[in-house]
Design a protein around this ligand. Structure first.
Ligand code: ATP
Length: 256
């Protein structure tokens, strides 16, 4: 389980996140949504340890990064929005390096990768270098490397941008499968109609604050919009068109 408590953070001389509080339980898929610049990527960078919080705490399965850097990092599988691969390594070598980095045997990694390679139609490309892959194929390599680790928490940044419809469905199926095994997933996205279908809960970020957190049903009742879609709630919320939402935005409090 991921527990974020009073997280304030951002960049040197540029605080972005203000007192964030939320948790992702085992087996939950949680959507991280917000306008451009709301702080989604910054939140992700704080969780994966690329940024250090100004204050507050991030705990994963009871472990903080300060307590055990390696143990904490091994619990996370991160799929970034822009794939970044080692240009001089083949797909096969990416799988090997992932196994080494996460302390799993190379045999086990390839055993787990077999089905993933098949799903994403890359089984016959193990000896290819990244230069030969399209952007979507590179993203699939990142997905394969994250899923073969079978981490406690998957962090998926904007998964629907570079993937074709078939690969999007395959990724969604994989996430659903991993949820069943108890993994937690944090997914940042702008595609709210898709997120509404698959996410259990939503963290709504606005100007670095959590302005709402809960299921779509909870958001509907919290803002008294019984028939609204996630898109409609979100737009109204960010424009301050929902009664009380301005106060919620200003207070930056989580309402449950
Ligand atoms: N490296 C950086 N240094 C300083 N400020 C940054 C840096 N990266 C982002 N910011 C600022 O932090 C704020 C939040 O940006 P962030 O990238 O977290 O937003 P986001 O919600 O992920 O947006 P998008 O939907 O556009 O990806 C913005 O005001 C942005 O200008």
């Amino acid at each position: 389980m991921l527990k974020v408590t009073n997280l304030t953070g951002g960049y040197l001389g540029h605080p972005v996140l203000k007192e964030l509080n939320f948790e992702i339980k085992e087996g939950e898929l949680v959507g991280l949504i917000g306008l451009n610049g709301a702080g989604k990527s910054t939140t992700i960078q704080e969780i994966i340890g690329l940024l250090t919080p100004y204050s507050g705490q991030i705990e994963l399965d009871g472990l903080t990064l300060q307590q055990d850097l390696e143990g904490y990092r091994r619990k996370i599988g991160f799929i970034p929005e822009t794939p970044s691969l080692y240009e001089e390594l083949t797909l096969r070598e990416h799988i090997e390096v992932t196994a080494l980095a996460y302390g799993i045997s190379v045999d086990l990694a390839f055993k787990r990768a077999e089905k993933l390679l098949e799903t994403f139609r890359l089984s016959d490309k193990l000896d290819w270098f990244p230069v030969n892959f399209s952007k979507g194929m590179k993203q699939k390599v990142m997905i394969i490397c994250a899923f073969l680790v079978e981490p406690s928490l998957y962090i998926v940044d904007e998964p629907f941008m570079g993937l074709d419809p078939l690969a999007i469905q395959d990724l969604i199926d994989l996430m659903m499968e991993m949820k069943k095994t108890g993994s937690s997933i944090l997914m940042s996205t702008h595609i709210l109609a898709t997120a509404e279908k698959f996410c259990d809960k939503f963290i709504v970020l606005h100007e670095g604050q959590v302005v709402a957190f809960g299921t779509v049903e909870e958001l509907r009742s919290q803002f008294n919009q019984p028939k609204a879609s996630l898109d409609e709630i979100y737009l109204a919320l960010t424009k301050g068109n929902i009664p009380n939402s301005k106060e919620v935005v200003e207070a930056g409090k989580t309402h449950e």
